[in-house]
Design a protein around this ligand. Sequence first.
Ligand code: PEP
Ligand code: MN
Length: 352
Amino acid sequence: MIVVMEPKATQEQIQKMVKILEGKGFKIVLNEGEVMTVIAAIGDRRLVNPESLASYDGVREVKLIQEPFKLASRESCPEDSVVTFPNGVKIGGYERPVMMVGPCSVEQDFDGLMRVALAAKEMGCQFLRGGAFKPRTSPYDFQGLEEKALVYLKEASEKTNMLVVTEVMDTLDLPLILDYADLIQIGARNMQNFKLLKAVGKCNKPVLLKRGPAASIREFLLAAEHIMCNGNQNVILCERGVKGLDSTYSRNVLDIAAIPIVKKYSHLPIIADPSHGCGRRYLIEPMAKAALIAGANGIMMEVHHDPDNASSDGAQSLSIEQFKDVQRRLNKLVGRIDYDNQVEKKKHSIGV
Ligand code: PEP
Ligand code: MN
């Protein structure tokens, strides 16, 4: 940790800070420059609160050197972690990027869901997504079919041999969802629902953790840390956009840079969701391509059999026909990325 003192900080203020840090067991390296003094404190940063240190008189800034997340950090696992599902599908590292598609919400029309699932399977997608318990901004909007939706998802996924990903909003629903889902989604709004993170941290199925709409990357990785420190190491992150200045043209700002940043600081796989990231269906394809090129381990996108009449998120859902066109082009890109990944993997394994 680095404590930067104000240029006008008095010797008394500097010594006070040194004493506080030494008292917490930090080893101090004092750098008294011509303009200002910088205190390098080496030790366990969990023993102090950087914000409270920053509020002392004479302190300009407190900078953390070591990341506050441990299990999620790159240092704790220099190799990329790969999440493997019982049917052999893998997410992360040099594995071929995966595709998760399906409607925002599972609706009454099972045939509609089945048509989406069949198209997804035909195009080589591995996961069928669909909301059963929906987090809606308005309490008057469609809230999801709950268990009925889970039954539909299971049936459609069994018929197409795909994996199910669906959101859990409440710890009370978790046992039920665990009976049906292969991948448990924590939605953006619940990224910092710590009780829920703890509960999925104790479960034995992989977790898809979506980035909160206003969460920094550090907060995102700390949310993953909550899951991991409770025992579950199978965490897949999902960049789904953060609030921007202007929602006229795009619902959120899909933070493509978050993908390589997360990969630099963490070993966890990360996928991107351009449907929620942009909120407009025409933006799905270019942003999915951008995310894949930036290194995403997969893409989630919303596909509906009748988007104009969808119960939720129709504007950001592709129709089945549009999906097939988009997916055809994404598959080409994924094929090229997969080829490069395999070359890299080979180089890596022979130590080039
Ligand atoms: C969803 O996947 O349907 C969803 C609600 O996503 P998010 O939590 O990213 O808004
Ligand atoms: Mn949605």
